[in-house]
Design a protein around this ligand. Structure first.
Ligand SMILES: *[C@@H]1O[C@H](CO)[C@@H](O)[C@H](O)[C@H]1NC(C)=O
Ligand SMILES: *[C@@H]1O[C@H](CO)[C@@H](O)[C@H](O)[C@H]1NC(C)=O
Ligand SMILES: *[C@@H]1O[C@H](CO)[C@@H](O)[C@H](O)[C@H]1NC(C)=O
Ligand SMILES: *[C@@H]1O[C@H](CO)[C@@H](O)[C@H](O)[C@H]1NC(C)=O
Ligand SMILES: CC(=O)N[C@H]1CO[C@H](CO)[C@@H](O)[C@@H]1O
Ligand SMILES: [Ca+2]
Ligand SMILES: [Ca+2]
Length: 585
């Protein structure tokens, strides 16, 4: 989608690059994309959000499982490195069939994390030091242990339609079968029979996670009450889970088979989810959540409470979770951009893959919205393992340098790798079901405890047995050791966040270009009210020389005596895997 305005900008930019001494070839000219990122200065638009996986972050009471007492003790650490806000993976009361994504009580923090009182203390402390706290909100489904499901399944008046129920169909041999072919994301039919209600209920995930029925306005009212409850307690926003699955086709039409696939209940990808994912009505639910939260803050004249949504979807669908392109209806403040995860699955990436990951987002996102960059989360191998430890600093630099919001998964700032976990030690319920495929399917590797220091269990817990084993390399990779070194992942990360704060302030005039130049070197160019900035990243195993016209070195991921911040350079020989940030002098 290249408008006339964008084309004009491309030409201007090519000229600008040329003026800086870079040879811009016609072939490359076509690759240059410019996006006018207009940023007003609301707090979240240039925020750095830090995802805390509470079980693995810090154990405050010594039972081996991370908790909110632990989180509270480490808030100052987050503030010190420059984080704007932390979002916590689910902490609500849950039987734990899906690691907290099956909530039995939306108003109660699970005792294992310290209960509601512990969350209150986290919020008070966070406010004191100026850190935002975001909770995970799981609207699509509850646990089957939730009172609402119990009331609905025993037919209590008023609750009959809180979930999606159906009598089913009768097949040739007179047995009850599900009403259609919908396949659960976790395998099997999306419908399970309920003996008491004598009906099928819908579950897009596990059978213990029945889907709420958003066609029933009472359900939306319940969820608004839940949001209000936590807003009243003082949270700064919500990360909204699994939004694409909120609503399903009213007529219950069959999802068509995926091209070349046979219908197989053990293959969640055998169908195209056109009637069970990203349907039009779903966007309306997200917009309703947003207006509820906005109304809450408007009435009380509070700072923005932010909504971030999780959606692995096609680019055009993903963008609709932000809101309509004219901004008349608003959804999440931002919808997670997983391109750097999904388009760079391993070390074999090329510069053009990075360029594509960035431009795909920027070209699809309506200009009124704010981009964001996610490098890792609790469902994907860690950046150091996926992309190589030698590339971690450069990718932290890239996400810090790009416009908009930066999202960091806990441990990525110190370059943590995946830990070693056997199926017997494993905790990921979906993966431990079948040990023969555990190595491929488990998400435990990226969930091993945070490495704080070189003492037993990396300072994560005083218990002999942490809930997952600590990664073997904790004596080398830990916060304490990295704090003491200028060239550590942590020190570079901290310097990057400081650079953002000083140089990438919200700006009316904001341009971005991403190209490969020269071969093996990624070049990202940003122009804002404060100046013209260039990030260079050499992905190669050998040095690459790049000509420059009078650039001041601001920051490098390979600090040394030869590389002094502030020096004016006419050229630079980038070390293997080095990334530098320069400013036109
Ligand atoms: C930044 O680039 C623009 C456009 O290429 C140019 O007009 C401006 O002078 C540059 N600013 C600095 C500080 O180099
Ligand atoms: C239905 O379940 C609820 C919640 O468990 C319970 O309080 C209620 O008594 C039950 N009603 C009937 C009719 O079984
Ligand atoms: C009817 O459904 C039952 C239970 O799923 C199954 O065992 C049986 O084979 C089905 N009969 C026909 C004719 O499909
Ligand atoms: C899983 O990985 C571990 C460690 O690399 C290895 O020892 C084990 O044999 C693997 N298990 C299977 C089933 O491949
Ligand atoms: C990244 C993420 O949080 N994924 C979650 C999406 O929702 C399902 C169901 O609630 C969870 O199982 C995933 O972990
Ligand atoms: Ca604990
Ligand atoms: Ca649903």
């Amino acid at each position: 989608m290249v408008t006339k305005g964008a084309l004009a900008a491309i030409l201007v930019l090519c000229w600008a690059l040329t003026a800086q001494g870079h040879l811009v070839q016609v072939r490359e000219r076509q690759r240059v994309k410019v996006v006018g990122v207009k940023q007003t200065d609301d707090w979240w638009k240039t925020a750095v959000f830090y995802q805390i996986y509470p079980r693995s972050f810090m154990d405050g009471d010594g039972d081996g499982v991370g908790d909110l007492q632990g989180v509270k003790a480490k808030l100052q650490y987050l503030k010190d490195i420059g984080i704007t806000g932390a979002w916590l993976s689910p902490i609500f009361k849950s039987p734990g069939v899906d690691q907290g994504y099956d909530i039995s009580d939306y108003y109660t923090v699970d005792a294992i994390f310290g209960g509601n009182a512990a969350l209150k203390k986290v919020l008070t402390e966070a406010k004191k030091i100026g850190l935002k706290i975001i909770l995970d909100f799981v609207p699509n489904h509850t646990s089957d242990q939730n009172d609402w499901f119990k009331l609905s399944s025993n037919g209590t008046k008023g609750y009959e339609d809180y979930y999606v129920w159906h009598e089913g169909k009768t097949n040739g041999t007179g047995q009850k079968v599900p009403p259609n072919n919908w396949v659960s994301v976790f395998k099997g039919s999306s419908w399970s029979w309920h003996d008491q209600r004598k009906m099928f209920y819908l579950h897009q995930f596990a059978p213990q996670q029945p889907d709420l029925n958003y066609a029933n306005p009472k359900v939306m009212e319940e969820m608004k009450k839940v949001l209000t409850y936590w807003l009243d307690m003082g949270v700064d926003g919500f990360r909204v889970d699994a939004v694409p699955y909120l609503m399903e086709d009213k007529r219950l039409r069959n999802d068509p088979l995926a091209p070349g696939r046979k219908y197989d209940l053990n293959d969640p990808d055998c169908v195209q989810r056109i009637y069970t994912k990203d349907i039009d009505e779903t966007f309306e639910v997200v917009y309703a959540i947003r207006s509820h939260v906005d109304e809450y803050t408007r009435k009380r004249k509070l700072a923005t409470r932010v909504l971030m949504s999780e959606a692995y979807a096609d680019p055009d669908k993903t963008m609709r979770y932000y809101g309509t392109s004219d901004g008349k209806k608003l959804g999440a403040h931002f919808t997670f951009n997983f391109n750097l995860l999904t388009m760079l699955p391993n070390k074999d990436f090329k510069v053009k893959d990075i360029v594509k990951a960035i431009n795909t987002w920027m070209n699809n996102m309506p200009k009124i919205y704010t981009p964001n960059w996610v490098l890792g989360n609790h469902d994907n191998h860690r950046a150091a393992t996926r992309l190589g430890s030698e590339n971690v600093d450069a990718f932290n630099a890239l996400t810090a340098f790009l416009p908009g919001i930066m999202v960091t998964y806990n441990g990525e700032e110190i370059g943590m790798t995946d830990g070693q976990v056997t199926c017997e030690q494993g905790q990921d319920p979906v993966a431990t079901k079948d040990c023969s495929t555990y190595n491929e399917t488990s998400r435990d590797f990226e969930r091993t405890p945070m490495q704080w220091d070189d003492s037993t269990n990396a300072g994560f817990t005083t218990n002999e047995k942490p809930w997952l084993p600590v990664a073997e390399n904790y004596k080398e990779i830990n916060v304490k050791k990295e704090k003491a070194s200028q060239s550590s992942h942590l020190s570079i990360y901290k310097a990057l966040l400081q650079f953002r704060k000083e140089h990438l302030k919200p700006s009316k005039k904001d341009k971005l270009a991403v190209v490969e130049q020269p071969t093996k070197v990624l070049k990202v160019y940003r122009e804002n009210d404060q100046g013209n900035y260039t990030l260079l990243y050499n992905i190669a195993d050998s040095p690459v020389k790049v000509d420059l016209t009078k650039q001041k070195l601001i920051l490098t991921t390979k600090p040394s005596d030869q590389r002094k911040a502030g020096s004016i350079l006419e050229d630079i020989t980038l070390e293997p895997h080095e990334s530098v940030i320069l400013k036109s002098a």
